[in-house]
Ligand binder design. Structure first.
Ligand code: SF4
Length: 348
């Protein structure tokens, strides 16, 4: 099967020429694929193309969309979570988070995840495989189709560790940027941090995309190495101080500030001493901390921090000169934590 999704306009002009068609036929395919108003993403629907050209593309195994919907969950606040099935019968999740002006798509980069973070439902099952760029992009098509509006922002915070699928990640970012017309600055890549990969991400991004302007978000979740290792087992391979050093280098290389995600876990990392320790760790470089309320999952012993601790933590960081914001939980009533929809479907 050859998936047309993720192809540039040049690629599609070449496909058209390979079939003896004029180059503009390739542009017609391009305009059709990336217009979110075109609901049906199968080749039969591209009615501007001659019938015999459409037939030849189909006979030769070309497709646009290859995922299908297994389950939809719409929360009271409008957040939509989709469970999608791949061609080889694996399930992945994506989430659409609407506000008045934005539609943020939270995308998966792998089926499952090898990182085994203790607070995460996806980590419970290990890694099945990485997603192809076309499968990453297909999630955007499904969200646009289901929510009937254009996606404006992208976060790679769904299932999987994006830095373990770096080539397809960057191919998908090229297409999100140039074909879906979403600026790199509206794309966030979230990682628990893999040794040497932060540097590789920026180097490969310059090589493949010509620049590196998306936001890097590090799932830090702790103010010291000891606590981090208790929640993220893979942290033992990458000292927290080395992560910060590599992030400082990333800021120098790209000119972009780094975000640090910090999940507030009751009694684990939510005390004032942790806020002060975190401030010392992060002071002196261009960064931002996102405090996140934890979405409880059944199999895990962690509990969300109290509102009082959350607010004191936030004001301590602020007083210490660290840029900080509180990320609101969305779609909490519908299995909104990473990997939960997929897990719940499996046990049914
Ligand atoms: S939090 Fe992210 S990196 Fe960690 S196990 Fe879950 S999906 Fe993987």
């Amino acid at each position: 099967m050859k998936n047309l999704l993720g192809s540039s306009v040049k690629d599609l002009e070449n496909v058209a020429k390979d079939y003896g068609q004029a180059a503009f036929r390739g542009r017609q395919i391009y305009n059709w694929i990336y217009n979110y108003r075109n609901k049906k993403k199968n080749i039969d629907q591209i009615e501007v193309l001659p019938l015999d050209f459409r037939k030849k593309l189909k006979d030769d195994g070309f497709k646009v969309s290859e995922l299908s919907i297994l389950e939809r969950n719409l929360a009271n606040d409008g957040t939509l979570k989709l469970l999608l099935t791949t061609n080889d019968n694996e399930n992945i999740e994506c989430v659409g988070i609407p506000t008045e002006k934005r539609l943020t798509a939270c995308l998966s980069s792998q089926v499952g995840c090898p990182m085994d973070c203790k607070f995460c439902a996806t980590g419970k099952e290990g890694l099945k495989r990485s997603l192809k760029a076309s499968e990453i992009l297909d999630q955007i098509l499904f969200l646009e189709n289901e929510m009937n509006r254009k996606v404006t922002n992208i976060v790679f915070m769904g299932m999987g560790e994006p830095l373990l699928n770096i080539d397809d990640l960057l191919v998908s970012i090229r297409s999100i940027n140039e074909d879906f017309q979403i600026s790199q600055r509206k794309i966030t890549v979230s990682t628990v941090a893999i040794p040497k990969m932060i540097n590789k991400l920026s180097a490969k991004s310059f090589q493949i995309l010509g620049n590196c302007q998306f936001t890097l978000a590090i799932s830090l979740h702790a103010s010291n190495q000891k606590i981090r290792e208790t929640i993220i087992p893979s942290a033992k391979n990458y000292k927290i101080e080395n992560i910060i050093e590599d992030c400082k280098q990333y800021v120098k290389d790209t000119g972009r500030r780094v975000s640090f995600e910090y999940l507030m876990l009751n009694g684990v990392n939510d005390k004032l001493e942790h806020a002060n320790e975190l401030s010392n760790l992060l002071k002196g470089f261009q960064c931002h901390v996102n405090l996140i309320q934890y979405n409880q999952i059944d199999e895990v012993e962690f509990q969300r921090a109290s509102q009082k601790n959350l607010q004191s933590f936030q004001s301590t960081l602020y007083r210490n000169g660290i840029a900080v914001s509180l990320r609101k939980s969305r779609g909490l009533d519908k299995n909104a934590a990473c990997g939960q929809l997929r897990q719940n479907t499996k046990v049914k």
